[in-house]
Ligand binder design. Sequence first.
Ligand code: TXA
Ligand code: MG
Length: 345
Amino acid sequence: METLLLPSNEESLSLAADLLRSGQLVAFPTETVYGLGANALDPDAVLSVFAAKGRPADNPLIVHIHDRSQLNGLCAVPDAALPLMDAFWPGPLTILFEKFPAVPDVVTAGLPTVAVRMPSHPVAAAMLRTCDLPVAAPSANSSGRPSPTLASHVLEDMQGKIPLILDGGPCDVGLESTVLDLCHGAPTILRPGGVTKEMLESVLHTEVLLAGSILRPLKPDEKALSPGMRYKHYAPKGQVTLVEGDAEAVVARLRELYRQEVALGRKSCVLCFSEHMDVLRDCCPHDIGSRNDPREIAHRLFNTLRALDEEGMESVFSEVVPPEGVGLAVMNRLGRAAAFRVIQA
Ligand code: TXA
Ligand code: MG
């Protein structure tokens, strides 16, 4: 199949809507990452999303809408969700709802809940408006690769597998949406993202819990609240190790680890804050962004992880950010890329 990569304009949006209505797949930009969309009400179309990504069938998809009235056909909306939708929709917040039978089981992997979000990216919004369908869309990467934050990343993974990629430039947030569970007692973040725990608490006026496996691997007997947590995610091909401690000790340890690897003949690099690029200039440094700007670090992270693969890096050593605010989302993704391997400096 030929894969068209088109700039987003009226013509390509209308093509996207035709493809979605006829059960085909379209990759499109959102403010978080690129999504791989299918008509959420068409089980065969949704099945082909799983096939194109190589995604396990037990990992449910997020349904994207452009207007709240679309919820009427999809799920029951509890009162607690209303202030959250007022505050954060459109935007990078996904909310779990009790699903109605109209939502095919393939979308939710048989779960009784459906995850829904309203993206704020103008191209996503225009595409959803034009087709006027709820669109089930996971991130548009092959399963196990970092999520795509550029149309070219989508092309790398999806060329020949889907008919159309809409190019909307680089994604603003750079990490996937926050996934919030309101269906099982206290509000719980299943996946941290651009809408932070602190932001949710300021609207809900109650404590928001964090799923246990956000900053550590699942225990062998632990049930995943969100199926996506079970899978090795965001994994570059090389081995990533995180180095924690005070700044000076971390810099010294990064240099030592880098030199050890190079001496063993392994292609190695360090991921460091902008502030450390100069002191680590002899360690193949990659700038992850300023230590004072976790949003910038989030914005760059997946692009950096993909670059490591292109450069054929075998061992990578990275600084860490405090797991607060957007830093929590960064550490969730970086922790998983590193299979939670951490060294204390
Ligand atoms: O920002 C995003 O959310 C992007 C863009 C494209 O919207 N989408 C995205 O989708 O990241 P995906 O499929 O890569 O991640 C969806 C996550 C998975 O971890 C999945 O397990 C979880 O949401 N999820 C979906 N439905 C769920 C449900 N009913 N219960 C628990 N977790 C659910
Ligand atoms: Mg994904």
